[in-house]
Design a protein around this ligand. Structure first.
Ligand code: GDP
Length: 460
């Protein structure tokens, strides 16, 4: 065990709820709880069997009852941190839990835990690897079903498994090359190179796949940044309201009402969209509107998806065509709104300019919205993502190391092409091995570990 301190924190949300949980972990966990709890049976927690639940009372120093509580005892190593863990369930509301925590710490055997310290201990005591520890945070922060699924898959060690396998075969190659260089009589490199070259390509492709998946993973985890664009008055705000099912954006028939951006989140199927309703993009001399239009253009540059809305009840004009052309390099869905009115827009002309999905809708009646939602599901294909086969990195830190590992593998490929000799291969292979180790927290330094765990909430 790396740490002798016993730590405690309120593990449940401070926003309220019918119960609160105080979690205690470390050498003094059992004795410190014994100091403040009495059980009806007269027994002590230290006499009780592990993984049992007991009912007790906590009184303050002058004997006044603070609360009746449920105590869960989980002796290490069969606990979250692998240390002795005691969880105290008391009544909800922050006062009760805070009083108990303060009483617990007043004995001097326990200190308040830092954010993420329980999970940090689980990592340092070898119960989980770093990618799993990061997944704990992802699970807590998940905002959609997919996000939760991917985090849970990582929590169960998918990334760890893959990386450990890759590292093992890379290490086997390093070992063989080193052995052959040291002992050429018994280890031949003659046939090795051809097979090694094939393997290198496989490593590279595997790593590339993980990198490609990262973007999907990001969309799963963070949601799809979706910008709604179109000229003023085409029905952008109405469309947004229609998929949100509430009057959130301001709808008026005065062009240019949405001067600044309006943001809302919506979940379609299992996909989280971060909608940004922008000011209508069009040519204007109005300075306030110009600021909004500039902002809209800025949002376009970072969006994952553009929803371009055109007014179907009006003829296609130059500004519409300009908007179609200016957003043509984005992942895009074109909505032809107001199909409850007579269609005046030239659909054939639009189809001749772009192959993108075009859906006729009426933001007013809701007609066509379902078709739009089906296209979103198809486009992002998240319904068919399998969490059994694919692994998803959860953050940029992991991605950076995977990219470095891939770069090192490519360096080996270049060395082979240039026939630089086997001793050159092992240097880059070792770098790849180290970078992969960083993903799962092997060979990471203390500062990095502290940094990662600081991002956790207290009590986790
Ligand atoms: P924005 O400026 O693009 O955000 O447009 P708004 O959503 O504010 O709508 C402008 C006007 O068009 C309002 O009077 C809406 O009621 C009207 N409108 C929006 N969508 C539809 C629709 O599908 N059918 C009809 N008939 N009118 C619509």
């Amino acid at each position: 065990m790396f740490n002798e301190d016993t730590i405690a924190a309120i593990a449940t949300s401070s926003l309220g709820g019918s119960i609160s949980i105080i979690r205690v972990s470390g050498e003094n966990a059992v004795s410190s709880v014994d100091d403040i709890v009495s059980f009806g049976s007269g027994k002590k927690l230290s006499d009780m069997e592990t993984h049992r639940i007991s009912y007790g009372f906590i009184r303050d120093k002058d004997g006044t009852l603070i609360d009746e509580v449920i105590i869960l005892l989980m002796r290490g190593p069969s606990s979250y941190t692998r240390e002795d863990v005691v969880e105290i369930q008391c009544h909800g509301g922050s006062m009760c839990a805070r009083q108990i925590l303060s009483l617990l710490c007043s004995g001097g055997k326990v200190r308040i835990a830092e954010p993420g310290e329980f999970t940090k201990r689980a990592f340092l005591n070898g119960r989980i690897d770093l990618s799993q520890a990061e997944a704990v945070m992802d699970v807590i922060e998940s905002k959609s079903n997919y996000s939760l699924k991917s985090a849970v898959s990582q929590l169960h060690g998918k990334v760890k498994e893959k990386i450990i396998n890759l590292r093992k075969i890379v290490l086997d190659d390093i070992s063989y090359i080193e052995a052959a260089l040291d002992d050429p009589e018994h280890f031949s490199l003659d046939e090795f190179d051809a097979k090694f070259e094939v393997r290198l390509k496989e490593y590279r492709d595997e790593l590339q796949k993980i990198i490609d998946n990262f973007n999907n993973g990001r969309l799963i985890k963070e949601g799809i940044n979706t910008v709604i664009v179109g000229k003023p008055n085409v029905g952008k705000s109405s469309f947004m309201n229609s998929i949100l099912g509430a009057e959130r954006a301001i709808v008026t028939d005065i062009p240019g009402t949405t001067r600044d951006v309006i943001r809302e989140d919506v979940v379609i199927g299992n996909i989280l969209l971060h909608l940004i309703d922008t000011a209508g993009i069009h040519d204007t001399d109005n300075r306030v509107e110009m600021i909004g239009i500039e902002k809209a253009k800025e949002h376009l540059t970072i969006a994952d998806l553009c929803i371009l809305i055109l007014d179907g009840s009006r003829c296609l004009d130059d500004e519409d065509v300009k908007l179609i052309n200016n957003t043509s390099n984005m992942t895009r869905i074109i909505l032809i709104n107001k199909n409850d009115l007579e269609t005046k827009i030239d659909l054939d002309k639009i189809k001749s300019i772009t192959d993108d999905d075009i859906v006729e809708i009426s933001a007013k009646s809701g007609n066509g919205i379902e078709e739009f939602e089906n296209i979103i599901k198809e486009k992002f294909d998240l319904n068919v993502l399998s969490f059994n086969d694919e692994i998803y990195l959860s953050n940029q830190r992991q991605l950076t190391h995977i990219e470095k590992a891939k770069e090192s593998i490519e360096n080996v490929m270049v060395s082979m092409e240039n026939m630089l000799g086997e001793d050159f291969y092992t240097i880059d292979l070792m770098d790849a091995y180290t970078s992969l180790g960083y993903v799962i927290g092997e060979s990471v330094d203390d500062d990095l570990i502290d940094n990662i765990f600081k991002k956790f909430c207290i009590g986790k």
